[in-house]
Design a protein around this ligand. Sequence first.
Ligand code: FAD
Length: 431
Amino acid sequence: VEEKFDAIVVGAGPSGLAAGYTMAKAGMNVIIFERGDYPGSKNVMGGVLYRDATEELIPDFWEEAPVERYIVEQNIWVLDDDSVVTMGYQDDKFAEEPYNNFTVLRAKIDRWLANKVEEAGALLITETVVEDLLYDEDKVVGVQTGRKDGEVKADVVILAEGVNSLIGEQADLHPKIPPEHLAVAVKEIIALPKETIEARFNLNGDEGKTIELVGKATEGMMGTAFIYTNKKSLSIGVGAILSDMVDAEMNPNDLLEELKSHPAVQRLIKGGETKEYLAHLIPEGGYHGLPELYRDGLLVVGDAAMLVNGFHREGSNLAMLSGKFAGETAVDAKEAGDFSANKLSLYKDKLDDSFIMKDLYKYKDASTFLATNPHFLSLYPKLVNESLHEIMVVDGKPKQEKQRKIIKKVKDKRSYFGLAKDMFNLWRVMR
Ligand code: FAD
């Protein structure tokens, strides 16, 4: 490809596709490079797609997009060895248009979105790795691809290469990402008949359910597990911070096998057949781990920009919106004929004005807090389960005696002072 483009996008995940779509719709001449055979072949997502961000790109997308189920109920499970404390929220309004969130499979939804982007006029080139950026002094002027004569030039490059941001690292946008800032996750897609899923999860028709699992699910490490209902399969997975995993000498596959053997989980997946096994990293550096987001001729979006809110399992929506903001910024720069860092800083302003930076800022100290207070993820889930066990068992003992027993246990494990300190610190870090 010898021609010069208005914009090059590196990576056809949700962030790159959103950027490409926004620019192509505005009439820009856009080329997108994707190393996979097709968009959605290389990336992984648990599978909750957020309506709000997707709709910003394509209104009423659910009418045509290959979504699996619309989510009517979301649950949190606090696991112990053989028990589970559950909490959930179900809302019938989520069963009506415009719905709330959806479960999706990336291989289908990314391909669909990529078609939209091509229809809007962007050129998508798959099976092509971008190896480096091209510079004219300090200004980014294009990319070097792995193809023969693979130099491609453009006014602006949008880096949407995902968490494994090798180009970003090469360009010194960020140092090598430390293992504390990465979660490693594995996921299986387990096939089950549609009717079995609907009966087991108490769903009508295309309704869907999500379960996030903590405590024993991650062996007390910082992370979460998940079970999501698709049409004819379940997505089940677990992830934890890489450095925790190394310290505990665990691997994510063992965690997933443990999770699948938990009695409460077994009930949901039994008889299912594993169709796919996927592994991926998640960028968890948050606000303190943000790389440089723009330079002369360059914008960085999505996971490559560390835009993930792990506490709310939000990533695809931050990816799509940041891609849209970057696309709009590039359109603005094109109109002004100015692709300098100064002009492209509009992208950062858009991020700052949105929930993206506000949420990352809100949780800026939460990971460090949990890393230095690991009992939140190990001791407390256990205590909650054991206390509920005490209350639920009817065994002839007076309730006051049971209550005293629970209080003593809590006091023995974590004094009143420790408990009060924990609650105060938790409030401080999460407020
Ligand atoms: P990606 O989706 O990773 O896309 C990057 C693309 O760039 C890939 O297609 C890759 O092949 C391509 N690429 C990389 N390097 C090059 C190169 N040099 N040349 C050419 N192409 C390249 N988010 C949610 O919203 N909901 C969830 O339920 C959820 N669950 C998750 C569960 C797991 C197990 C994981 C791992 C993540 C989850 N996320 C979830 C996060 C979400 O998947 C990401 O935030 C989102 O995919 C980021 O999109 P992206 O476009 O920035 O990056």
